[in-house]
Write a protein that binds this ligand. Structure first.
Ligand SMILES: [Zn+2]
Length: 456
């Protein structure tokens, strides 16, 4: 147990600072600008701890005043110098990086929609289902929220380069934010295991891309050693500033719901960085009075990469690892880095961890895609998870459920080709039709689709 795991910094502990980095394990604190990737004393994960927001007179800010502060800057206004005002991350700066000033590296990001879609609701069996679509971020995934904060930190500590290991989305995001910050970016990805869209983005934005002969878990170990020896600032999911940025998915969705907590928040789970960040955000929101009760967190893993689900089923008695294999490459992780924090998040919210098969993932993806929303395979795990919980009677149709879609449909064009165009493409495939350049040929296609619709 941590020596001191208070949620906010006491004035005494802060010694004038608004934020510090604190070790999860031994409680050692570091200056907020320290670049260590882990606790120098014991190797534990570092977390950012802030002073609870105060007003000009130093008195604690009321929940009402905080909500007003967050409602001010928004996407409806043009970005001012610094770019912060149009960002769905930086309007929560007082709970993310209070000392940021105007120096944020922002595209901007966040301000993603909360979508009600009847076809997806009908499929999941939940009328109260809303989709928080993080694929609307500038590089098409939720990673931009953490990366804007991580890149800002890199800039203000004068990092000479930034690096990460990634299944793809993080590398695309790091590449874009490193370019924006003017800092060289270095990404380590498993050779042959990264979706085409993500690789294309990483190369386009100009990061140095290393294809490692090994899986994600090996990439992660390599980048950690390399960063330490070469003095490169590490922007992996365990970077404490990235966790701060990721919290804003929760702050933003709560704000969109009028600070009325939903019954469930359901998210895909691989490395468990989001599960951990969501837990921290909810803990803080409750303690500050922004919400009156906690929603239940539900982490959904792919069957072939489900060590956390196995742990949950056994009451988290053991930390499991496995050789990961799933069509959902973004959550193809066998040894999740944020395990302990995610356990805490699930326990504190009376949460659940599920596993869904690749078939369930692709079926849910087909429904989300055909509703005109679209998402990458891993994202669909959340909707598949909701459907499973409804069928088990855990979620009722009238419950308010937010399912997080983590990435854009174009992240993984390879899977779309195999779902719709390959010879052995399954039922529900939307095959392109080659025709002669005549009006009659078009008319025949329309006639054929009409009879299919009548038949179905
Ligand atoms: Zn420590």
């Amino acid at each position: 147990m941590a020596a001191n795991d208070s949620l906010f910094l006491s004035a005494q502990e802060a010694a004038g600072a608004l934020s510090v980095q604190r070790c999860d394990v031994c409680g050692e604190t570091l200056n907020e600008r320290d670049a260590s990737p882990a606790c120098p004393a014991c190797g534990g994960l570092l977390a950012i701890v802030h002073r609870a927001p105060v007003d000009a007179a130093g008195a604690p800010l009321s929940a009402m005043a905080m909500r007003q502060q967050f409602a001010g800057p928004c996407c409806a206004r043009p970005a001012v110098a610094g770019g912060g005002h149009a960002s769905g991350v930086w309007r929560f700066a007082s709970l993310v990086m209070p000392t940021v000033g105007a120096g944020m590296v922002s595209h901007p990001e966040g301000n993603t929609p909360l979508l009600p879609r009847t076809r997806v609701q009908a499929y999941a069996g939940c009328e109260g289902l809303l989709l928080k679509h993080e694929g609307y971020n500038p590089t098409g995934s939720f990673k931009d929220r953490g990366m804007t904060v991580g890149a800002t930190q890199a800039l203000r500590i004068g990092a000479r380069a930034v690096a990460c290991a990634s299944t793809g989305n993080t590398s695309a995001s790091l590449a874009a934010y490193a370019a924006q910050a003017g800092i060289p970016g270095l990404v380590f990805v498993p050779a042959g295991k990264v979706a085409m869209g993500k690789m294309a983005q990483t190369l386009a934005y100009g990061a140095r891309t290393l294809l490692v002969r090994g899986d994600f878990d090996e990439c992660l170990r390599l980048v950690q050693v390399a960063s330490k020896e070469l003095g490169i600032y590490l922007l992996n999911s365990i970077n404490p500033w990235r966790v701060e940025g990721q919290k804003t998915i929760v702050f933003e969705l709560l704000q969109q719901l009028g600070w009325e907590a939903p019954d469930f928040i359901v998210l895909p789970a691989g490395n468990l960085g989001n599960t951990a960040a969501f837990g921290k955000a909810l803990r803080e929101a409750l303690a500050l009075g922004l919400i009156a009760r906690l929603p239940r967190l539900v982490s959904v893993q792919a069957e072939g990469a489900s060590p956390f689900a196995r742990g949950f089923a056994e009451g988290f008695a053991t930390r499991h690892r496995m050789q990961a294999d799933t069509v959902a490459t973004a959550i193809r992780i066998g040894d999740p880095a944020s395990w302990d924090r995610a356990v805490r998040a699930i326990r504190e919210t009376d949460g659940l961890v599920l596993r869904v098969s690749d078939e369930e993932i692709l079926e849910a993806k087909r429904v989300i895609d055909a509703a005109g929303v679209g998402c990458e395979p891993a994202s669909a795990a959340s909707v598949a998870g909701v459907r499973q919980l409804v069928s088990r009677g855990v979620v009722r149709s009238s419950d308010r459920v937010v399912a997080v879609l983590t990435g854009h449909v174009l992240k993984d064009p390879g899977i779309l080709v195999s779902m719709h165009q390959e010879r052995e493409a399954s039922e529900g495939a939307n095959r392109p039709i080659e025709i002669d350049a005549t009006v009659e040929a078009v008319a025949r296609v329309i006639e054929a689709s009409r009879s299919t619709e009548v038949a179905s």
